[in-house]
Design a protein around this ligand. Structure first.
Ligand SMILES: Nc1ncnc2c1ncn2[C@@H]1O[C@H](COP(=O)(O)OP(=O)(O)O)[C@@H](O)[C@H]1O
Ligand SMILES: [Mg+2]
Length: 586
């Protein structure tokens, strides 16, 4: 990937840094496969007491977790960075959540022109660290949003309904519905990869709510609606970029470089404050996945992987008790997989007790004790240390200099060392952020980007349910078309029937007309000279003269008197019958 950032920063000319940038080449040999290049170190140099006594972290106990605490500006982040680079130097891969962006500098060598150089050089000499020199640490940048590092993704199904319910802050009923949605997707062979898939699946569940309720229990449209709303919120926090493929391969976090140095994976977490739930759940997922993937190793010679969570209070602020409980459980169990977790926060009381109790290695920087509350916090912090007859721990906590800390580490036998005031060694890498251009070059030149930088969108639930929905739409269209065709046909038939009826009506009318015409013709025919005479005679039959004429004619024609039966026919008789018949009919 050539990042747009790099292009815009470089313009036409090459970047000076681009040529000399360390090309980080990771080898996925550590951790999961169990092959970690052995280095000689059995402990990590932390710093020295005022007397010049060296204090170190025992690598064999570094999986028993740790805490770095202290007020703002007392040296926590610098201590974290120094520890992280030391782990890496000893061949231990490291993961850090970089909340303020200032840990990214671990990728670069420190510089004699940097602001903190004088303080660091002085510290190095004060503690007799003759080996101290500036050096970079092999670093891979990651980002849940894919902007400040390679995209870190997980699929919805990898995350699972329980973690997702926590991420979305669902209640029990809603969590139940979500679980059913996962189950139905599984049954129907639909992949849940991204948020589109999950939303489509939930819509499908809402559509089938009645049927699903009968089979699995209550699937109400209200619950589905509530989950959909929570998903929308997660989307607006950028969750849509986190869920999908290619999903993170955990072995990329468990890697070393060609020299056998552990790779430091820096996760951009500057948006942690805006979307704490997304981060907290992601980190919990990461730990859970590691827990499930890694073999049981007890206390290995050195950890397989070490996590640092700077500004860790953000993970626990407003966290649901269930989430805290889950973190506590994972922290407790994961150490036997060789994973060490360090929390970095202002006050030890920021960390829930059940978790704080499991942090065996402690580096306590200065705390203020101006208010009664602060004084209580100092006493509480002091009580977590094994007493040291030579040190008034509570008082020391308020007196520590910048970059100085009370240190108690787990010793070889597993017991904590007495608390000592230790001047912490300065880091070799740069303190402070990388520039955007440096970050872009580092992202572009490592050998991880090829596998992650382009998102894949396989056919999954959203596409398949979408296709199903399209089929339904097509079927509905076809039905509609059929109904319309039927209607047209019916109208057509009606018109035809009407036309036929009209034709029949006209035929009948014509027939009547013909009949009338025939009768008229008959009448006209009757107007022949002879007929006209009889006609005029019959017309005047009403008169006395006429009656006599008729009677006379009648006698002649019928051969009888009126009323008697006519014996003769003939043409005249026929004509008369017609005329008389017409008279009697009319
Ligand atoms: N071990 C150290 N040696 C010398 N100076 C230090 C050391 N640790 C911290 N400092 C100085 O203190 C400053 C603040 O440290 P930092 O780690 O950022 O504090 P915090 O994270 O506690 O707010 C650093 O920029 C550096 O100048
Ligand atoms: Mg800090």
């Amino acid at each position: 990937m050539r990042s747009p950032l790099l292009r815009s920063e470089t313009g036409d000319g090459p970047l000076p840094f681009a040529a000399s940038a360390p090309r980080v080449r990771i080898r996925r040999t550590a951790g999961i496969t169990g092959i970690v290049r052995m280095t000689d170190s059995t402990d990590l140099f932390l710093g020295s007491t005022a007397n010049g006594d060296r204090r170190s972290l025992v690598l064999r106990r570094a999986n028993r977790h740790g805490l770095i605490a202290g007020a703002t500006g007392t040296g926590k982040t610098v201590t974290l960075q120094g520890l992280a680079e030391n782990f890496a130097a000893a061949g231990v891969p490291v993961f850090v959540a970089d909340v303020k962006g200032d840990l990214s500098g671990i990728a670069m060598a420190g510089s004699a022109t940097a602001k903190a150089h004088a303080a660091f050089a002085e510290r190095a000499s004060a503690i007799g660290d003759s080996d101290w020199r500036y050096r970079e640490t092999p670093t891979i940048f990651w980002d849940l949003f894919g902007e400040q590092g390679h995209p870190v993704r997980a699929t919805v199904s990898e995350m699972g309904p329980l973690l997702l319910a926590r991420m979305l802050n669902l209640n029990d009923v809603q969590e139940g519905v979500l679980t059913i949605a996962f189950h139905v997707a599984d049954e129907d062979g639909l992949l849940l990869l991204d948020l589109d898939d999950l939303q489509a699946m939930l819509a499908e569940c809402a559509a089938r709510a009645d049927d699903l309720t009968i089979r699995y229990g209550n699937v109400s449209k209200q619950s589905v609606g509530a989950i959909q709303r929570a998903l929308l919120q997660l989307r607006s926090q950028g969750g849509d970029r986190f869920f999908g493929e290619p999903a993170l391969d955990l072995s990329d976090f468990m890697a070393t470089d060609d020299e056998g140095r552990g790779i430091v994976s820096v996760l951009a977490a500057d948006r942690l404050m805006a979307s704490p739930r997304l981060y907290a759940t992601f980190l919990l997922w990461l730990l859970s996945e590691l827990f499930e993937t890694l073999p049981e190793v007890g206390d290995p010679d050195k950890p397989k992987l070490v996590f640092f969570f700077d500004e860790a209070h953000l993970l626990f602020d407003d966290a649901a008790p269930a989430l805290v409980e889950k973190v506590e459980q994972v922290v407790r169990l994961i150490r036997s997989k060789g994973v060490g977790i360090w929390f970095v926060t202002q006050n030890p009381t920021d960390i829930p007790d059940a978790i704080a109790a499991q942090l065996g290695n402690r580096v306590q920087h200065a705390l203020r004790a101006f208010t009664p509350k602060e004084a209580r916090a100092v006493r509480a912090a002091a009580e977590t240390f094994r007493p040291n007859p030579g040190v008034d721990v509570a008082q020391a906590i308020t007196e520590l200099k910048t970059g100085e800390a009370l240190v108690s580490v787990l010793q070889d036998d597993g017991s904590p060392s007495p608390a000592d005031r230790v001047l912490i060694r300065p880091p070799r890498s740069r303190v402070g952020p990388v520039t955007p251009a440096e970050r872009a070059v580092l992202i572009d030149t490592d050998n991880v980007g090829d596998r992650y930088d382009v998102a894949i969108d396989r056919d999954s639930a959203a596409e398949l349910l979408g296709a199903k929905a399209q089929e339904a739409v097509a079927a509905a269209d076809a039905t509609r078309a059929q109904v319309a065709a039927d209607k047209t046909a019916a109208l057509h038939a009606r018109d035809e029937a009407r036309a036929a009826k009209e034709a029949e009506r006209q035929r009948i009318a014509r027939a009547r007309e013909d009949e009338r015409a025939a009768r008229t013709a008959e009448r006209e025919a009757a107007k022949s000279p002879w007929n006209r005479a009889t006609q005029s005679a019959t017309r005047s039959a009403g008169s006395a003269v006429g009656r006599i004429v008729v009677n006379e004619i009648g006698k002649q024609v019928f051969g009888t008197t009126r009323g008697g039966r006519a014996k003769s026919g003939g043409m005249v008789g026929g004509l008369l019958r017609g005329v008389l018949g017409g008279l009697f009919r009319g």
